[in-house]
Design a protein around this ligand. Structure first.
Ligand SMILES: *[C@@H]1O[C@H](CO)[C@@H](O)[C@H](O)[C@H]1NC(C)=O
Ligand SMILES: *[C@@H]1O[C@H](CO)[C@@H](O)[C@H](O)[C@H]1NC(C)=O
Ligand SMILES: *[C@@H]1O[C@H](CO)[C@@H](O)[C@H](O)[C@H]1NC(C)=O
Ligand SMILES: *[C@@H]1O[C@H](CO)[C@@H](O)[C@H](O)[C@H]1NC(C)=O
Ligand SMILES: *[C@@H]1O[C@H](CO)[C@@H](O)[C@H](O)[C@H]1NC(C)=O
Length: 319
């Protein structure tokens, strides 16, 4: 009476409805290895449980060794708080590098996007309980992560009305957190529970409270974006369409990705470009007087030198 279904491809609730209509009493949704530890909460029509990958092996082992008399029960154990590791990178999350944007590290940040409980516009579930009115539902994906970041952008903007979009992005990126323990353990990938890495986490999990007070911001002007787009090879018409107003590439200086004053730096190291200089400009948006000292974690095989290891600011908006 309990059906085992493989997670993904289409909505697990729909599988549950098919199982229910065929007389099932319950459903176990099992993850494939690539789905790892990312499990979904859904408005199922029958008792259902989504099992993460390693645990699936135990269940299948039991099932195959005990057919036709395998026995199972599903018990709700209450909402569990403080589950670890958390945050993690969902197994379905997009990974960089982006092949389309010419050298800017992607993703920029991580934001909550799995099993987000939020207001919903229709009845929930394929066979809604009459008591369940059009209220709340779980959903997962970019559609759930993006509003978290939009909300943080709105929060930063409300505290700093004069900040440019680039400064708001900078604030969000530089205050994100790539570790999840006080000991500094790096965020892991749900697929494997191994360190996720920069092309999965970007700068890490966004932090609304810290984003409001980033201390320093990396700024960009409209002309910087135009110069970057022109340098990528877009013509005047394409750049104008992208930025929403008239742009002329011969009026600006082309910028390469690493010249863009972005809050991350990507360079290509080749035999002919073993050593490279990259400039960055930061603006003091903290207190008037602030001292900063550099902390460097070098990628394996790369040495990093700074032109200055301490920055001393004496006034607001000083660059
Ligand atoms: C059930 O909940 C209790 C209390 O939160 C917890 O200690 C226990 O590990 C949970 N059991 C399972 C099987 O998750
Ligand atoms: C590195 O090289 C690739 C391939 O030529 C290019 O797409 C990318 O923009 C380069 N990255 C940087 C930071 O210049
Ligand atoms: C990142 O999160 C960990 C775990 O909560 C915390 O100990 C650490 O202080 C955070 N780091 C920053 C820079 O906020
Ligand atoms: C800017 O970049 C484009 C595309 O790479 C190139 O065709 C153009 O000549 C560059 N302009 C200048 C002034 O270097
Ligand atoms: C970095 O900035 C310095 C000083 O403005 C300038 O001379 C140099 O050409 C810049 N280097 C690069 C790689 O942009």
């Amino acid at each position: 009476k309990i059906v085992i279904c493989v997670a993904g491809r289409f909505k697990d609730e729909v599988k549950g409805e098919a199982a229910y209509l065929a007389g099932a009493e319950g459903m176990i949704v099992i993850n494939e290895p690539s789905q790892g530890h990312t499990t979904f909460s859904s408005a199922h029509v029958l008792p259902a449980s989504n099992i993460d990958h390693p645990a699936v092996l135990e269940i299948l082992d039991y099932y195959y060794n005990n057919q036709p008399n395998a026995f199972a029960s599903i018990r709700f154990n209450g909402t569990q708080f403080g589950f670890t590791p958390s945050p993690t990178v969902a197994s379905f999350s997009s990974r960089g590098p982006s092949r389309m944007n010419g050298g800017i590290i992607k993703p920029d940040v991580l934001a909550p996007g799995v099993n987000i409980l939020a207001a919903w516009h229709t009845d929930v579930g394929p066979n809604p309980n009459p008591l369940a009115t059009h209220t709340f539902n779980f959903d997962s994906g970019t559609s759930m992560a993006a509003p978290h970041v939009a909300g943080i952008a709105a929060l930063v903007r409300s505290k700093h009305l004069g900040w440019t979009p680039a400064e708001i992005i900078s604030a969000i990126v530089t205050t994100s957190n790539d570790s999840w323990t006080d000991a500094g353990d790096l965020i892991v990938d749900d697929t494997s529970y191994k360190t996720a890495g920069i092309y999965a986490t970007g700068a890490g999990q966004v932090n609304p409270t810290r984003a409001v007070d980033p201390g320093l911001v990396f700024g960009l002007t409209l002309n910087d974006y135009i110069g970057y787009l022109c340098g990528l090879g877009y013509d005047d018409t394409e750049v104008s369409l992208t930025i929403g107003k008239q742009a002329r590439c011969n009026m600006v200086k082309n910028l390469t990705a690493s010249e863009l004053n972005y809050p991350s730096i990507a360079i290509n190291l080749t035999r002919s470009t073993m050593s490279q200089i990259v400039n960055r400009t930061v603006k003091n948006v903290g207190d008037a007087r602030e001292d900063y000292s550099a902390k460097i974690t070098e990628p394996v095989g790369v040495a990093i030198y700074l032109s200055t290891y301490k920055l001393r600011f004496t006034r607001l908006n000083q660059e």
